[in-house]
Design a protein around this ligand. Structure first.
Ligand code: ASP
Length: 345
């Protein structure tokens, strides 16, 4: 039996478009006072949930976000973990996929829903998508069956779709349907009913205590190759001082030029102990460096496969793994496996 009565949900408002409301007199958009959420979105009262809110001060446009915000969020979740059945994080859409990815690595043994949502239009505007996103995210965070939360993962809910957070990418800057999970099925769909895709959702069997990881190392770079990219560009990026890992965004199934100078540049930095992680520029599909000569040359040079990871999840995973200060072989082997459902391996 699903039973969602008297659930306690903590809503954490970080900023972004969703939290804007139009002043009825001046018409100016200003941040919404989340203490008054039940007055502003009266529909929420009908759930009968116990809703609490924490608002960042100041709120931030997510384009200004940095990993300190992720640390603040996981600490807030840890402090409030026992008090609440689920968490809804209201966040700007621009970097939501990065934040959801990061939290999926930073919250080990998560057994309660942490649902990111936001909107393309402010909650205070007539055609807003914010109300539906907020209401459904709260309902999903509160839904359980026989004491088990039905979506106990870090997720993104947007426009009828619940997705595994570290599989998402923002792919449309205008449509309400702004997020995709190109390489993993949706965890739930919200139509007349909420339909959970149980087979795709991770349910903990060990129910260990939540452990948070707050060590992140930002000494990474993303290098997107393109036809005609110069040796100087490649050399400069690969050799940035203190850089420990580079995400190489390659063509198709993980292919890149086989020119000698290019492969030598890669080999040189790999020999110095840096990691090069191969992630495809395609919005869907996986790296397979055994498929073509152009991918195989990378493999032979010591490049690590990112498989079907998104760039957003690769950024978060590298920051997290480098923050653990593991030896290089362990870090590479962790990149080769799924820590939090981020790759299909
Ligand atoms: N720039 C905004 C942000 O990411 C856009 C949004 O909220 O959708 O914070």
């Amino acid at each position: 039996m699903e039973d969602n009565r008297s659930k306690s949900i903590l809503i954490i408002y970080t900023g972004g478009t969703i939290g804007m409301i139009k002043d009825s007199v001046t018409g100016v958009l200003s941040p919404f006072d989340f203490d008054q959420i039940l007055d502003e979105v009266p529909e929420l009262k009908r759930f009968g949930f116990n809703l609490s809110t924490i608002s960042f001060s100041p709120v931030i446009d997510s384009s200004n976000l940095n990993p300190e915000v992720w640390i603040k969020l996981v600490k807030l979740i840890k402090e409030n973990y026992k008090k609440y059945d689920g968490f809804v994080i209201l966040h700007g859409t621009d970097t939501m996929a990065y934040s959801a990815s990061a939290l999926s690595f930073m919250l080990e043994n998560l057994d309660k829903p942490v649902i990111f949502t936001g909107s393309q239009l402010p909650i205070g505007t007539l055609r807003t998508d914010g109300k539906e996103n907020l209401i459904s995210a709260i309902e999903i965070a509160a839904t359980e069956k026989n004491g088990q939360a039905l979506a106990p993962e870090v997720c993104v809910y947007f426009e009828n779709k619940l997705m595994r957070g570290n599989r998402t990418t923002k792919y449309n800057s205008e449509h309400f349907n702004a997020f995709e999970s190109p390489n993993y099925p949706n965890l739930a769909e919200a139509g007349i009913n909420l339909k959970f895709n149980y087979g795709a959702i991770h349910y903990s069997v060990s129910h260990k205590e939540l452990k948070i990881h707050t060590e992140l190392d930002t000494n990474i770079a993303v290098l997107k190759i393109f036809p005609g990219i110069s040796k100087e560009t490649i050399h400069t990026i690969l050799n940035i001082k203190n850089i420990k890992a580079i995400i190489l965004e390659t063509y198709g199934a993980g292919n890149a030029p086989t020119e000698k100078w290019f492969l030598n540049e890669l080999k040189n930095v790999i020999n110095k102990g840096k990691i090069i992680l191969n992630v495809t520029q395609c919005s869907a599909g996986s790296v397979d460096m055994t498929k073509y000569e152009t991918g195989n040359a990378l493999l032979k040079s010591g490049v690590v496969s990112g498989f079907d990871i998104t760039t957003e999840a690769a950024v978060a995973k590298l920051m997290h793994l480098l923050g653990q200060k593991l030896d290089i072989d362990t870090t590479k082997s962790m990149l080769n496996k799924s820590i939090s459902g981020e790759i299909s391996k």
